[in-house]
Design a protein around this ligand. Structure first.
Ligand SMILES: Cc1cc2nc3c(=O)[nH]c(=O)nc-3n(C[C@H](O)[C@H](O)[C@H](O)COP(=O)(O)O)c2cc1C
Length: 301
């Protein structure tokens, strides 16, 4: 039985990966999960310098998921390389580093430093970050801008580049095509969907930031639909995510067209969700006599 998949020349032993920002750098979950069992560990977004993140409260539980407005708090690339990347050195899993920035230059500074790191297998570029030159509107909302930032990053990166797409756009297929035109090796989707929660007793916003990104099981059908549409619009591989909590959810993503699947919010309420999904996929393959997992990718047309 073959469970391995290929993302732009990088082989993963299985399609299950963590979603950026929900698994720390792997270290935080390594007491619960054998990282060697995962296809890849995707680390929390890292910037050129430490970011403090947004004021609290910055997470809230909602029906079927959660809202977060962490604001991409991170220790900065130098600490990340010395501490987090070093920790991952000894594990037999792929390492994908998620990158954030407020300007093109900030992204490039991180990409340049990571390009020199052998332990980094792929870069995932979060284009849902606020673009300071565009008045804080995210990099990921305009096809021309997405094509440009992809091209610029590709020119600097020594590893394959994954562009991580925002669902908060009119047409995610247009954005995916722009990333492909810019030379992206892979696209990943979806990032969180902008939401809001109001405390009616206090008559105020629950999050200090007012809005937050919605994730968890409730977004899953939206994510499956978007993965399916993008799979029909581009030729490059897709990493699917959004509300995956079981092996079945991950298989659904693959049938929709994803080559690999990231699990995010589910780690918070079931720390062993990723390892369980790896096992569950093998059981599904046995039950359905699937010899090669690659035959499941985009099998529903
Ligand atoms: C607390 C939290 C932090 C996140 N941080 C990042 C991040 O740093 N970079 C990024 O690209 N996505 C980030 N995300 C988005 C997730 O990687 C994922 O795209 C999204 O949550 C949908 O998947 P899920 O429903 O399985 O959580 C974060 C999500 C959550 C809930």
């Amino acid at each position: 039985m073959n469970t391995s998949v290929n993302l732009a020349g990088v082989t993963l032993k299985n399609p299950i990966m963590t979603a950026s920002g929900t698994f720390g750098s792997g270290m935080e979950y390594s007491e619960f999960v054998d990282l060697n069992k995962l296809g890849a560990v995707v680390t929390k977004g890292v910037a050129n310098v430490p970011w403090p993140g947004n004021p609290t409260p910055r997470v809230a539980e909602v029906r079927g998921g959660m809202l977060n407005a962490i604001g991409l708090q991170n220790p900065g690339i130098d600490t990340f390389i010395e501490r987090d990347l070093k920790f991952l050195e000894d594990f037999d899993t792929r390492v994908i580093v998620n990158v954030c920035g407020h300007t093109e230059e900030e992204y490039l500074e991180v990409v340049d430093k990571l390009s020199a790191e052998k332990r980094v297998d792929m870069l995932e570029i979060n284009i849902s970050c606020p673009n300071v030159k565009e008045g804080g509107i995210s990099f990921g909302t305009n096809p021309k801008g997405v094509e440009h930032i992809t091209k610029v990053i590709k020119a600097h990166a020594s590893q394959p580049v994954i562009m991580k797409l925002s669902p908060n756009v009119t047409s995610i297929t247009e954005i995916a095509k722009a990333a492909e035109a810019g030379g992206a090796d892979v696209v990943s989707l979806i990032n969180t969907i902008t939401g809001m929660k109001i405390d009616i007793e206090r008559q105020s916003f629950v999050l200090a930031n007012k809005t937050g990104g919605m994730s968890g099981p409730a977004v899953h059908p939206v994510a499956v639909r978007m993965v399916y549409e993008v799979a029909n619009a581009v030729k490059i591989p897709i990493i699917g995510m959004g509300g995956c909590e079981t092996a079945e959810d991950c298989i659904e993503m693959m049938l929709a067209g994803a080559t690999a699947v990231s699990m995010g919010t589910s780690n918070f309420y079931n720390p062993t969700a990723t390892e369980e999904a790896v096992k569950g996929i093998e059981e599904y393959m046995k039950r359905h006599q699937v010899e090669d997992i690659q035959t499941l990718i985009g099998a529903v047309r």
